[in-house]
Design a protein around this ligand. Structure first.
Ligand SMILES: N[C@@H](CCC(=O)N[C@@H](CS)C(=O)NCC(=O)O)C(=O)O
Ligand SMILES: *[C@@H]1O[C@H](CO)[C@@H](O)[C@H](O)[C@H]1NC(C)=O
Length: 380
């Protein structure tokens, strides 16, 4: 099982998931990369085992060796429970060439940021609107990662939600240093509800207001914003994969779109690109079915997508404002927008526009994001 998991993860990260990244010279933004499978939990590989994709690897010898290794690893992980990772600075910038640089004329933050991302990854797209953002140098292996230039080096920031919370906290009170704020968001060792070991930034949805609550916002609004951001990460995002990889045909179209947006033609030889699209589309179509079960989507997965979108829209309607954040998008608007932005070129997105009213809200956020890129006052 574990060998299988390793192989799957390897395949995921391997060449066919080409990454690119971005630098913002004096402020905000980044852009395209490629695609994100959005299958993060290890349990997903059990399906693949059944599919016999890697049956041969699970020989008994390997199995026994692995079992021993795993038992030890599990013991060590239990000993780690509750401990925090040190936040380390990089002395030098990793030698990667940005695929795009953005210098905003209206930036007043003085921030120098480099975003490592996949263009069509929902988590990455969440960071995109606030700012935007390759990773052999990092022991944290997911994207997005944001590199921020600080005194004496570069501070890597790990998780999309934490990145957004940290930057919003910084913009709220720029007297704080980024590296100080990073210490307020520690990665803590823990075991999740399935007993899997992981590091979690427990307070990642919280902004550090430093005793000065924003004057124009009620406690209730702040709490709501947090809950909706959580909903975007824990509920809404899970409706995507089963939808964009719903049928083999759809899965192919989705991959062709990734290939376009990620400019795979420029980055891979034709044969490799074909391999990626074919293997990727097929694998994700299969994995999509597992994810549908795991996240208990309806038989008609589109319906689940529409239902969640409508749940979101009803809440905005109840407020009587254009955005969840009022007359300007707040961080929850940006989170939901980011998630949807990652599937903009998919059939599922078009269907969502025809079957729900989300287009008005989506375009309104889009306009704000596009006209405010580089602005300090993005989330007010
Ligand atoms: N909680 C993380 C999730 C990020 C994530 O799962 N990123 C995917 C791409 S969409 C990834 O890098 N996966 C590689 C892996 O899991 O090893 C966040 O919000 O940033
Ligand atoms: C990011 O993750 C790496 C590896 O898990 C860790 O060493 C580093 O301290 C983390 N960064 C922050 C800011 O927590």
């Amino acid at each position: 099982m574990n060998a299988a998991r390793k192989l799957t993860r390897f395949a995921e990260r391997a060449r066919f998931l080409k990454k690119y990244y971005f630098t913002s010279q004096n402020g905000i933004i980044g852009i395209p990369g490629s695609f994100c499978t959005m299958v993060q939990q290890p349990q997903r590989t059990h399906g693949l085992v059944k599919l016999g994709v890697i049956g041969a690897v699970t020989g008994t010898a390997v199995g026994a060796g692995y079992a021993y290794y795993k038992i030890n690893e599990a013991r060590e992980n239990i000993a780690l429970e509750g401990t925090q990772l040190e936040t380390t600075l990089l002395k030098y910038k990793p030698p990667v060439t940005p695929s795009r640089k953005i210098a905003s004329p209206v930036d007043a933050t003085g921030l120098k940021l480099t975003l490592f991302q996949y263009q069509t990854c929902p988590f990455c797209c969440k960071v995109d609107p606030v700012l935007r953002k390759e990773i052999g140098w990092s022991s944290y292996k997911k994207v997005p990662i944001l590199l921020t230039k600080v005194e004496g080096g570069y501070q890597p920031l790990n998780d999309s939600t934490m990145i957004v919370s940290l930057l919003a906290s910084y913009l709220h009170d720029t007297s704080h240093k980024i590296e100080e704020l990073a210490n307020y968001y520690p990665s803590v060792a823990m075991h999740d509800e399935n007993g899997n070991f992981k590091y979690e930034i427990i307070n990642k949805y919280f902004l550090m207001f430093n005793k000065q609550l924003p004057k124009d916002r009620s406690m209730n609004e702040i709490t709501e914003e947090r809950n909706w951001r959580k909903w975007a990460d824990e509920v809404f995002v899970h409706t995507l994969s089963p939808n964009v990889y719903r049928t083999l045909d759809e899965s192919y179209r989705t991959f062709n779109w990734f290939s376009e947006v990620g400019q795979w033609k420029e980055y891979f030889p034709t044969w490799e690109q074909m391999l990626i699209v074919n293997v990727g589309a097929t694998a994700m179509w299969l994995i999509g079915k597992r994810l549908k079960k795991r996240h208990r989507l309806k038989d008609d997965v589109r319906q689940s997508l529409y239902d969640e979108a409508n749940y979101w829209l009803r809440a905005i309607k109840a407020r009587g404002t254009t955005f969840m954040g009022g007359s300007k998008p707040d961080l929850s608007d940006l989170a939901v927008y980011g998630v949807l932005k990652s599937i903009e070129g998919c059939d599922a997105f078009q269907d969502l526009l025809t079957h729900t009213n989300i287009g008005n809200w989506y375009n309104a956020v889009k306009e704000q994001v596009e006209t405010h890129s580089g602005s300090v006052n993005l989330s007010r």
